[in-house]
Design a protein around this ligand. Structure first.
Ligand SMILES: Cc1ncc(COP(=O)(O)OP(=O)(O)O)c(N)n1
Ligand SMILES: Cc1ncsc1CCOP(=O)(O)O
Ligand SMILES: [Mg+2]
Length: 208
């Protein structure tokens, strides 16, 4: 399996956003270092999710970038995505691994070392860890775990830790120092005036 990209762009499908324009811009800057996670609103239909994911897979392919699908693993399989991401309200990790198969990339959300280690045992190939900082992008989240929380999880597992929640380029050095392998962002790219430039800044912070 190729190594996991360090910058995960999660699509912002809130009203008024233009996720495909942001994906295109990020791909030109990050190329194969980019992982695009297709994440839609809960109210989106499977058909809408499929149509978006199919387009993201096609955009990623020429760059060798990775496309994952959040929650809806049947969509991941249908569009030929590299894998998916599951959390507490989704299929259990072992069931997700069963659905996707042994070669797929499978991410799982974790906030503390015990659940993180259990997710890896169940078949997760990376962990999404957070929210590490305050964010307004998703409602109903538990309190941020901070750098100490990221460090605790990273110390407990041997798979890549992807920090999520309020991540900006300026936060990347302390996240890396805490053991994060990479970061997942919505607002840092979706809300950027120049998403390609913002992508370059994140990649430089992640690879310097
Ligand atoms: C990389 C990454 N980490 C965490 C999440 C959150 O997943 P989940 O807890 O299932 O919440 P939703 O995104 O489904 O609302 C993620 N998507 N990606
Ligand atoms: C889906 C999700 N899960 C935890 S934080 C988050 C949203 C992260 O968005 P942002 O990068 O804008 O803080
Ligand atoms: Mg989920």
């Amino acid at each position: 399996m190729p190594s996991l990209g360090r910058l995960h762009l999660i699509t912002d499908t809130r009203p008024g956003r233009d996720p495909l324009t942001v994906v295109r811009a990020a791909l030109t800057a990050a190329r194969a270092d980019l992982v695009v996670q297709v994440r839609v609103e809960d109210s989106a239909t499977d058909r809408e999710t499929y149509d978006l994911a199919r387009r993201v897979v096609a955009l990623c392919a020429p760059y060798g970038a990775t496309c994952l699908v959040n929650d809806r693993l049947h969509v991941a399989l249908a569009v030929g995505a590299a894998g998916g991401h599951v959390g507490a309200d989704d299929l259990p990790v072992a069931a997700a691994r069963h659905v996707l198969g042994p070669a797929a990339v499978l991410g799982a959300t974790a906030r503390e070392p015990g659940t993180a280690a259990a997710a890896v045992t169940a078949g997760a190939s990376y962990l999404g860890v957070g929210p590490c900082r305050p964010t307004r992008t998703k409602e109903g989240l538990p309190p941020p775990i901070g750098m100490a929380g990221v460090r605790a999880v990273a110390g407990a597992v041997d798979v890549p830790v992807i920090a999520i929640g309020g991540v900006t380029a300026s936060a990347v050095p302390e996240l890396r120092a805490a053991g994060a392998y990479g970061v997942a962002v919505v607002g840092a790219l979706s809300g950027a005036a120049d998403p390609a430039r913002a992508t370059t800044e994140l990649i430089e912070a992640l690879t310097c």
